[in-house]
Design a binder for this molecule. Structure first.
Ligand code: MEV
Length: 874
């Protein structure tokens, strides 16, 4: 079965990100077609009295697996929820085996020629004459569709239909119609059929002596059925609190009602056509022909009038109950000829579907019709459809003003939270938007992505899904889906979900011991370090979590690559940190190669002033410069990776790791630039991440122990987590003094944590051993794997040489206890004398809720349990 996972989370991406994923996934197609649409000049040649062109949204229905092949299906539709409904239903269906479909043997269309004025007493002779000349008529008719014939199609049969007239006539009471059965290969075939009908009319007139009536295609192609089916275990059908069997029964009941009530059947079928027409529009099909055929089939499939086109039943197979859904339709579509060449967007849509032939296209449409109907019935049979419609409706209202239709209109970064606000307050209207915007004083923040260097080959994908709290309605599933270009032979898919295979070697190389479980559990623990304000927060929870997760992932990958390729990593990170950044007047790092050394202030846009407590101050005047675009999209960064790879061979850490690090960083910066309303906060977040990475690769040479510990502590990334929380604060709250406070709290906690981390007896004991085996150096560069702030202090402030530190290694547990207990208090005395927290987070007047902070600190202390040392030494 094909993979649909690369599309996970597609709906959560911005329009730009989605287009960029399409560019990565279909480089050839985008290069040839781009996202071009019909031009006026072409339109003017297509119809009469043309005055312009109009537009409709083009979306992608995802997750469909048809006959074991995954297919992306473009849809053009103005109605909200249609694309989402199809994608959601297809996801479930695909997880349960996908759609199975059957195609017609040949793409037959009928050309009709009407023979008139045949007297009742001449009917038999006429029919006999026609039948006797059948081989001649077929061969002659192929002269009028030579191209089809040469392609293996053409006229393959001829039938004569006699239809009783309903209006009585004194001499002639039967309509006689000759049907030419034409295999139109990959064309829709209407033009071809009409040509055959017109071409053959004189032969038929001559043969029978009849008057010729109409000569035209029939849009009812009853030899061209495509059938789609799914089979869903009832156990998988539970939905919105309804048990699976209940949902299945209600769907069947809805179908049975439509069978008996044409008023319902029409709406039922309208839902099916929502899907089919949208694909027809996207791929340039004659949707009127399709509509006409489907509705006529709804009337003809039974003798008892208009019926629902789909059919549902519950069946028991091998002891399990299944809901079976089926849709069979006579669909005429073409993937060759017609208007397909005139409109470049049709070529794009067909290309996205993998350039199907016309039978495959017809089948995809039938599957989409079935999925659409299933989704509608499931929603109607449970919670109703209005709720699902609401969020898109709200989104449209929030966006409306930005396209100049109304006065309202949220800037892009505020749309999601605006939608949440409208839904939560149950006020989906423009005044709610205006009110919301006014109340929050949101400023428009446009990001200007440079994507000129977008890679042109198939992308690799990194997918992370945090389902830890998936069952809680308060905690939506958090997912990251990042497309990136690797420099290896072929693209890779790195999946990190609770189902992913932990032995996946690439993931293992990039993340080492940091398994999915490790990352999610640390993430959730660190999530407890939370700043909450008394004022209500904005609905940006997902954004805030995403930033934290992206930052964590960057840190892990960066460290992994650095340990194996220190020089190459430094070269790359140096280029990132030197990238023009947000303020062109900012000093650029001198171009000397080694040793790499930057001052902390050189890395970011905001001048950070270090205080005695290790905290930083933000200067107000430079804090609000405008942020427009991320510098991480420069071609230069990609070419540096290319150069590193060409010089160092195919190490996966370089061919996959560096591009992934860059891609995650790009997403991180874009998210911030696009979605964080406050320029001050955005700038601070971008800068903080650069500091964290700089600390990992030892980019900042510490001048003294005080700086050494600040640099080591940065890797604990508490400040980053706290700043990410601030994304949820009201924009007016984000003032320089708040950012300064966050830095103070963050660095205090970071120091607490690095100390808890380094001073645990077990770790200290182990680290001295590592020093012995040259796996630890006495500075804050982690290129050997680990560092230890206490050992740095012994060396830097107390002059302990490596030999003297090694001589501390004890013979026994008791001895170690003595050494440990005599040295650590000295260190603590030193720490107390140099660090006075500039803000006391445990103060009763603190503006922050500090419960989470306390919990997090104790986590670190407990994490490095003293009991470990006992087992290590014994
Ligand atoms: C709305 O466009 C389509 C539905 O009305 C279909 C149905 O009722 O089955 C939801």
């Amino acid at each position: 079965m094909g993979s649909t996972s690369i599309w996970s989370g597609f709906y959560k991406k911005s329009l730009k990100e989605r287009k960029s994923q399409i560019e990565l996934s279909f480089p050839q197609l985008v290069e040839n077609q781009g996202f071009k649409i019909l031009e006026e000049e072409q339109a003017n040649n297509m119809i009469e009295n043309c005055i312009g062109i109009t537009g409709l949204p083009l979306g992608l229905a995802l997750n469909a697996v048809i006959n074991s092949k995954s297919v992306v299906i473009p849809m053009v539709v103005e109605e909200p929820s249609v694309v989402a409904a199809v994608s959601g239903a297809s996801k479930l269906i695909s997880a349960c085996g996908g759609f199975t479909g059957t195609l017609p043997d040949r793409n037959i269309i009928f050309a009709q020629v009407q023979l008139l004025d045949i007297a009742d007493n001449d009917l038999e002779r006429t029919i006999l004459t026609l039948n006797s000349k059948k081989p001649f008529l077929i061969s002659q008719s192929n002269e009028f569709c030579k191209t089809m014939f040469n392609r293996g199609g053409g006229v393959v049969d001829l039938t004569i239909r006699q239809i009783k007239k309903s209006t009585k006539n004194s001499t002639s009471n039967t309509w006689v119609v000759v049907h030419f059965h034409i295999d139109v290969c990959d064309a829709m075939g209407a033009n071809c059929a009409s040509t055959v009908a017109e071409g053959m009319a004189p032969f038929l007139a001559q043969l029978t002596g009849c008057r010729i009536g109409f000569r035209i295609v029939s849009n009812l192609a009853t030899e061209r059925f495509s059938t789609a089916k799914f089979q869903l275990p009832v156990s998988q059908l539970g939905y919105k609190g309804f048990d699976g069997m209940e949902v299945a029964k209600r769907i069947v009941e809805a179908y049975e009602w439509a069978v008996d009530d044409p008023y319902r059947a029409v709406t039922h079928n309208k839902g099916i056509m929502n899907g089919i027409d949208a694909v027809a529009l996207a791929t340039g099909q004659d949707w009127r022909a399709i509509e006409a055929a489907c509705h006529s089939w709804a009337s003809l499939k039974s003798d008892a009038g208009y019926k629902p086109l789909t059919e549902y039943s519950i069946e028991e197979l091998h002891g399990e109950h299944y809901l079976i859904g089926k849709l069979e339709l006579p669909i005429t579509v073409g993937t060759a000829g017609g208007v397909l060449k005139t409109n470049p967007s049709y070529q794009l849509s067909l290309g996205l579907m993998g350039s199907p032939n016309s039978k495959e296209l017809a089948l995809s449409m039938v599957c989409i019709g079935l999925a659409q109907n299933f989704a509608a019935l499931r929603a109607l049979a449970t919670e109703g459809i209005q709720r699902g419609h609401m969020s898109l409706h709200a989104r449209n209202i929030a966006i409306a003003g930005t396209v100049g239709l109304t006065v309202a209109g949220a800037p892009s970064h505020a749309i999601s939270e605006c939608v949440t606000f409208m839904i939560e307050t149950n006020r989906i209207n423009q005044s709610a938007v205006i009110e919301y915007l006014a109340a929050n004083q949101l400023q428009s923040q446009l990001s200007n992505l440079h994507s000129d260097d977008a890679p042109k080959q198939a992308p690799s994908m990194f997918y992370f899904e945090d389902t830890v709290n998936a069952n809680s309605s308060l905690e939506p599933v958090l997912s990251l889906n990042i497309a990136f270009k690797t420099f290896g032979d072929k693209p890779v898919n790195i999946m990190f979900t609770n189902e992913s295979n932990s032995t996946d070697s690439i993931a293992h190389l990039l993340f080492g011991q940091k398994s999915y479980n490790w990352i999610t559990s640390v993430f959730h623990t660190l999530e407890k370090i939370k700043l909450t304000t008394i004022k209500p927060v904005r609905a940006n929870q997902i954004l805030s979590k995403k930033l934290k997760l992206l930052s964590m992932i960057m840190n892990i990958i960066c460290k992994r690559i650095y340990l194996t390729h220190p020089n190459e990593t430094k070269k790359f990170i140096k280029a990132v940190l030197e990238s023009p950044g947000y303020d062109p007047s900012y000093p650029i790092v001198p171009n000397d190669s080694s040793p790499v050394s930057w001052s902390a202030e050189m890395i970011g846009a905001i001048p950070l002033v270090k205080t005695h407590s290790g905290a930083v101050l933000v200067k107000e005047d430079t804090a609000s410069h405008s942020l427009k675009s991320s510098s991480l999209f420069q071609a230069n960064l990609t070419s540096i990776i290319e150069e590193i790879v060409s010089q160092n061979g195919q190490s996966v850490l370089l061919t996959v790791g560096l591009p992934l690090l860059l891609a995650v960083w790009q997403v991180f910066e874009c998210r911030i630039l696009e979605w964080v309303g406050s320029p001050l906060l955005a700038s601070t977040l971008l800068t903080e991440q650069r500091h964290v990475i700089a600390s990992i690769i030892g980019a900042i040479n510490p001048v003294d122990f005080d700086q050494a510990i600040s640099i080591s502590a940065k890797r604990m990334q508490v400040t980053m987590f706290l700043l990410s929380d601030a994304v949820r604060f009201q924009s007016g709250t984000i003032q320089p003094n708040l950012v300064t406070s966050i830095h103070s709290i963050g660095s205090t906690l970071e120091r607490d944590q690095i100390l808890a981390h380094d001073l645990s007896p077990m770790r200290l004991y182990r680290d001295i051993q590592l020093l012995n085996s040259n796996k630890l150096s006495l500075d804050c560069d982690i290129s050997l794997g680990v560092t230890n702030t206490f050992l740095i202090w012994l060396n830097l402030n107390n002059g302990y040489t490596v030999e003297q530190i090694l001589s501390l290694l004890p013979e026994s547990k008791e001895e170690w206890k003595m050494v440990y207990e005599s040295l650590i208090p000295l260190f603590k005395v030193y720490l107390n004398s140099v660090w006075k927290p500039s803000i006391n987070i445990f103060d009763k007047d603190s503006p922050f809720d500090t419960t989470g902070l306390k919990q997090a600190s104790s986590f670190y202390l407990n994490y490095y349990d003293v009991a470990w040392i006992e087992s290590a030494i014994n």
